[in-house]
Design a protein around this ligand. Structure first.
Ligand code: SAM
Length: 203
């Protein structure tokens, strides 16, 4: 893990205040962040939403890839994380909000289609119902060629809850591809890259 010390301090401060909402012991590594950010279009004027942006490990990787005309909205439920991100990445539209209300948040901004959603959300801490609600919001926000990237920890992969999450992804997207493991992440993690969101009526 190569998080700068300011980022680590901000992450630890949030973790000490509310470990349950963080769901991780450290910010994502650069390798994992770049893997997830690889789904973001690097040309045109894409609309990108990041959920659970935290201290900005994935935010930075997305920003490095995005072209000048892009819009990048980063949503996090923790106001302290959002305040930190506004300072660290002033070009990003950092918003305090709940991923479960993504549709309403986009509507407020008159955004009708999103090209990519990248998640740093702690899925394992969500109830099955909450997971389903957030995944539905994401699938609905994406246009037909939109793409969704998220990650999971390798050690948890055999667990029934992790298998259930993968099935949930498959019920919201026609294509779900598991990436290689990023061993340098703490703990090791892999990505799910999901394409062809299904319509609500298809589920
Ligand atoms: C594990 S941290 C990930 C931070 C960063 N993306 C990374 O990968 O290092 C999870 C983040 O998700 C945020 N979060 C948890 N539940 C959320 C929700 N329902 N909506 C938006 N953000 C949420 C937490 O506040 C926290 O900052």
């Amino acid at each position: 893990m190569t998080a700068p010390s300011g980022e680590l301090r901000a992450f630890l401060a949030a973790w000490v205040r509310n470990p349950v909402s963080m769901g991780a012991i450290a910010p994502s590594s650069r390798g994992l962040a770049e893997l997830l950010a690889s789904v973001v279009p690097s040309a045109g004027a894409p609309m990108v939403v990041e959920l659970g942006s935290g201290t900005g490990a994935i935010t930075n990787a997305i920003e490095r890839r995005l072209p000048a005309g892009a819009t990048h909205i980063a949503v996090d439920a923790n106001p302290a994380m959002v305040a930190y991100l506004r300072q660290r990445c002033p070009g990003v539209d950092a918003v305090v909000g709940d991923a479960a209300e993504l549709g309403a948040l986009l509507e407020q901004r008159s955004i009708t289609g999103v090209d990519a959603v990248v998640s740093g959300l702690p899925w394992a801490l969500f109830t099955p119902t909450a997971q389903g609600n957030v995944l539905r919001e994401i699938a609905n926000a994406l246009g037909p060629v939109g793409v969704f990237a998220t990650f999971a920890y390798s050690v948890a992969r055999p667990l029934p809850s992790a298998q259930r999450f993968r099935r949930r992804l498959q019920s919201n997207f026609n294509e779900v591809v598991r990436t290689k493991t990023v061993w340098a992440n703490l703990p090791p993690a892999f990505g799910y890259l999901c394409r062809q969101p299904l319509q609500v009526s298809d589920r």
